[in-house]
Design a protein around this ligand. Structure first.
Ligand SMILES: *Cc1c(COP(=O)(O)O)cnc(C)c1O
Length: 345
C-alpha cells in the first residue's frame, strides 16, 4: 500500500469534492442578509423539509447554531440543562455563559437510563435561590460517549418531561443522520421530539463550512436576529450553501463510514492488545483503550506509522471514519495499530 497518512482525527477534515467545488463555482448568489440568495434559500428550505421543521437557518458552524438556539430559547440568568459530556458544555468555549448569560447546568449521565431520574431532580420547582430551568439540550449522536445513539422512544421520553416542565428541547444533532441511518429509521422520528435542531454539513457530509439550525417559523425568525448579532449574517453565502446542498446528497454514504468503523473495531479487537468501547461502535467513531500506553504515547507512535487520531482522555483515543477514508485506509490503519501492539506486548 502506498498511502502516506490516514487521518482519523475527525470527520471535520473531509475535503470538498470536485463536484462540490464545481457547484460552488456556478452557484447563483445574492445578498443573504436581504434574504436574496437563492442558493441559501434553497438549502434552508430543503434542510427544513428534511428534518420535518417549518424553517431553517444556514449558519457558519455547529457551535454558532447551538449558541443561537440557546440565545433564542432563553433569557439571561436562566439555566440550561445538559449532559456534562455534551459538546455544548465541553467544547463550545463557554459561549452560552459568555454571550447568553445563562447558567449551564450539568445533569450527570443525562443520556443514560438514570439520566431521566437525574433530569427530574434538576427540574427544581420555582424558588428564589434557583436559576430557572429554561431549556433542555440533548446530543444525538453523542460525541464524547463514542458516537452513541438515542432511540426515538428515548428522545420522546425526554421531550415528554420537557413539555411537562414547559421548557423547550434543543437537539444538538451535529450527526443526527448517522443516528437515523444506524437505527434505520426516518430522521424525522428523531427530530419530532425537539423544538429546535442543529445539524452539521461540514462533518461526515463533507461540506467545507456550515451547519443548519431548524425549528418553527417564529423560532427561526428570532434566531435570524441572533445570527446577525453574532456576526453570522453572511452576504453571497450561496457559494457555501451550494456545497451544503451537495452535502445533503451524501447522507446515505454515512453507512459506509459505519461499516468501516466496525471493521476497524473488529480488527483492533481481534489483532491487537487494545480494547474498543463501545463495541461494536454504534456509528462512525471508534474509541480505543490504549492501556498499557498513555493516549499521548499511543498517538505519537501511531502517527509515526502514518495514522492520525486524537486523545479522548488519559488512556482513550478516538478514531473517526469519514468520506475521505477508504477500505484501504482502514487496512493501513489496522496494520499500524497491529505493529504498535506487537511492540508493546
Ligand atoms: C462538531 C460538533 C459541534 C460543533 O460544530 P462546529 O461546526 O465544529 O462548531 C456541535 N456538537 C457536536 C456534537 C459536534 O460533534
Amino acid at each position: 500500500m502506498n498511502i502516506k497518512t490516514v487521518d482519523l482525527r475527525s470527520d471535520t477534515i473531509t475535503l470538498p469534492s470536485k463536484e462540490m467545488r464545481a457547484a460552488m463555482a456556478r452557484a447563483e448568489v445574492g445578498d443573504d442578509v436581504y434574504g436574496e440568495d437563492p442558493t441559501v434559500n434553497l438549502l434552508e428550505s430543503e434542510a427544513a423539509a428534511l428534518v420535518g421543521k417549518e424553517a431553517a437557518l444556514f449558519v457558519s458552524s455547529g457551535t454558532m447554531g447551538n449558541l443561537i438556539a440557546i440565545l433564542t430559547h432563553t433569557s439571561r440568568g436562566d439555566a440550561v440543562l445538559l449532559d456534562p459530556e455534551a459538546h455544548i458544555f465541553y467544547y463550545e468555549a463557554g459561549g452560552a455563559s459568555l454571550i447568553g448569560g445563562v447558567q449551564l447546568w450539568p445533569v450527570t449521565n443525562l443520556h443514560s437510563y438514570e439520566g431521566i431520574d437525574n433530569l427530574k431532580k434538576a427540574l427544581r420547582p420555582p424558588d428564589q435561590h434557583f436559576a430557572p430551568a429554561a431549556l433542555l439540550c440533548l446530543e444525538n449522536t453523542h460525541n464524547r460517549n463514542g458516537g452513541t445513539i438515542l432511540k426515538p422512544e428515548e428522545q420522546d421520553k425526554y421531550y415528554e418531561i420537557a413539555c411537562k416542565a414547559k421548557i423547550p428541547l434543543h437537539l444538538d444533532g451535529a450527526r443526527i443522520f448517522n443516528a437515523a441511518l444506524a437505527l434505520n429509521c426516518p430522521v424525522t422520528d428523531l427530530t419530532r421530539s425537539c423544538d429546535s435542531i442543529m445539524f452539521c454539513l461540514s462533518k461526515g457530509l463533507g461540506a467545507p463550512v456550515g451547519s443548519i439550525l431548524a425549528g418553527s417559523s417564529s423560532f427561526i425568525e428570532r434566531a435570524r436576529r441572533y445570527r446577525k448579532v453574532l456576526g453570522g449574517g453572511m452576504r453571497q453565502a450561496g457559494i457555501l450553501a451550494a456545497a451544503g446542498l451537495i452535502a445533503l446528497k451524501n447522507i446515505p454514504y454515512l453507512s459506509e463510514d459505519h461499516r468501516r468503523a466496525r471493521i476497524l473495531a473488529e480488527g483492533i479487537t481481534s489483532r491487537t492488545i487494545f480494547r474498543v468501547t463501545p463495541s461494536p461502535p454504534p456509528t462512525n467513531m471508534v474509541i480505543i483503550n490504549t492501556e498499557p500506553l498513555s493516549s499521548a504515547e499511543f498517538l505519537s507512535r501511531l502517527e509515526s506509522y502514518g495514522v492520525k487520531s486524537i486523545a479522548f482522555g488519559e488512556n482513550r483515543v478516538r478514531m473517526v471514519t469519514h468520506l475521505d477514508i477508504s477500505d484501504e485506509g482502514i487496512d493501513w490503519a489496522l496494520e499500524a495499530i497491529e505493529r504498535l501492539s506487537r511492540e508493546v506486548k
